[in-house]
Ligand binder design. Structure first.
Ligand SMILES: C[C@H](O)[C@H](O)[C@@H](O)C(=O)CO
Ligand SMILES: [Mn+2]
Length: 417
């Protein structure tokens, strides 16, 4: 039997199996088709960008030196398109400011304009890819330990100007693509050792943000991202979780939850329902922390599954933007994109196939053994037959077939860099 026929047969059996517990597989497929992931451009080149080839700072690290990383804008675009060709569905690209098309010139962060992203906007339109954006506070001589919360007004003003300009760029991207560009703001600001000025730096950050967000835009949306700590900044993070939840709730801003930015046993999934009662939307940075915010490639683990299930259980697919954020420099980088994106989609698929009505009925009736039993059984329902059909319908490799394709691209392209 041909592979397509096998997939079709397994799919039909899965449809019947799910129907028996009240799950509409077609609806799940339609819903998954509508979810665009925001692919982070920085997996392709270990967060280097095109401003200068300086050191990566800001308490983040890309470890490993697998050959073949993208060295310029053309290579990065080629790699992103290659990766996207193995990911079912239509996806977005998330750019950092340091990935501008600077034409070989040094353009300082307080000088950047939408023109530096003109070629990106054209490229994205040609490839039916919408753009998201990030200001970049790290890897710059003025980054230090404090940017928007720096007591030195000249440094603070430099970063305020940078972030304002980034919002203007995001606005232009959103206008051009006819869909809001989501702009994330993450700054590394913090202290390696004990500080006796916690309030002071947070008050400065609050004031800087108020200045940055004073301009109202129609085509971009702001989101703000907290973190527990960065390497070298272990004792204090100005933009903590509490800080940004307070800021987001009082200023109606999207809050970004990076799955690597919490204490290791803290459930990010549990935050969805609480946050959505007080803030408009959530941006996710799906990652895989191994002992710290190590940014390993996302896999189909319990954390990601729980997160996706919570989004669906909260009926929040239209309020949660799903971006990826990891940068593993120790394996094939195109493979890293494909593994992490498909893993996230597999988790979403399982979430969409959960027999939620039946589970809720059990819970309402206080049938707690039955609820747990069905939760357990649903883990081994044939969701993968539905996933295979999703890949087939989207004309991307089914199962592990993408491995050989990526090996070929490595042999023909990235190994020659
Ligand atoms: C490069 C990104 O801005 C960065 O990963 C940020 O989102 C983050 O998560 C820092 O730890
Ligand atoms: Mn992040």
């Amino acid at each position: 039997m041909k592979k397509e026929e096998l997939i079709q047969k397994a799919y039909e059996i899965a449809v019947e199996r799910y129907a028996a517990i009240g799950v509409d597989v077609n609806k799940a497929l339609e819903d998954l088709q509508k979810i665009s992931l925001s692919l982070h451009c920085w997996q392709a080149d270990d967060v280097t960008g095109f401003e200068s080839a300086g050191e990566l700072t800001g308490g983040i690290q890309a470890t490993g030196n697998y050959p073949g990383k993208a060295r310029n804008i053309e290579e990065l675009r080629q790699d992103v398109l290659k990766a996207a060709s193995y990911i079912p569905g239509t996806h977005r690209l998330n750019l950092h400011e340091i990935y501008g098309d600077f034409g070989g010139q040094f353009v300082d962060r307080d000088q950047v304009t939408p023109e530096h992203f003109e070629s990106w906007m054209q490229w994205a339109a040609e490839h039916n890819m919408k753009l998201d954006f990030n200001s970049t506070s790290f890897s710059h001589p003025k980054s230090g330990n404090l940017s928007l919360s720096n007591p030195d007004k000249s440094i603070r003003d430099f970063w305020i100007e940078h972030t304002k300009r980034c919002r203007a760029i995001a606005e232009e991207m959103g206008k051009r693509q006819g869909d809001p560009c989501i702009m994330n703001l993450w700054i590394h600001d913090g202290s390696k050792d004990i500080t006796v000025n916690r309030m002071k730096y947070r008050a400065l950050l609050k004031d800087s943000l108020d200045q940055i967000f004073a301009t109202e835009y129609k085509n971009m949306r702001d989101c703000i991202e907290s973190k527990v700590f960065g390497i070298g900044l272990e004792s204090y993070t100005v933009g903590s979780n509490d800080f940004y939840i307070g800021y987001g709730a009082t200023r109606n801003k999207i809050v970004t939850l990076d799955t690597g930015h919490f204490h290791p046993t803290e459930s990010v999934a549990d935050k969805i329902s609480s946050l959505l009662l007080f803030i408009p939307e959530i941006m996710l940075h799906v990652s895989r922390p191994v002992r710290w915010d190590s940014d390993h490639v996302t896999i189909m683990n319990d954390d990601t599954l729980d997160l996706c299930k919570e989004i669906v259980r909260c009926d929040a697919l239209n309020k949660v933007h799903i971006g990826l954020d990891y940068f593993d420099a120790s394996i094939n980088r195109i493979g890293a994109y494909v593994i992490g994106s498909r893993a996230t989609q597999k988790c979403l698929m399982q979430a969409l196939l959960e027999p939620l009505a039946k589970l809720r009925e059990y819970e309402a009736n206080d049938q707690l053994f039955e609820r747990l039993a069905l939760l357990e059984e649903s883990k081994s329902l044939p969701w993968n037959a539905v996933w295979d059909m999703f890949c087939l319908k989207n004309s991307v490799p089914v199962g592990e077939d993408f491995i050989v394709e990526i090996q070929k691209y490595e042999a023909d392209v990235t190994s020659k860099r």
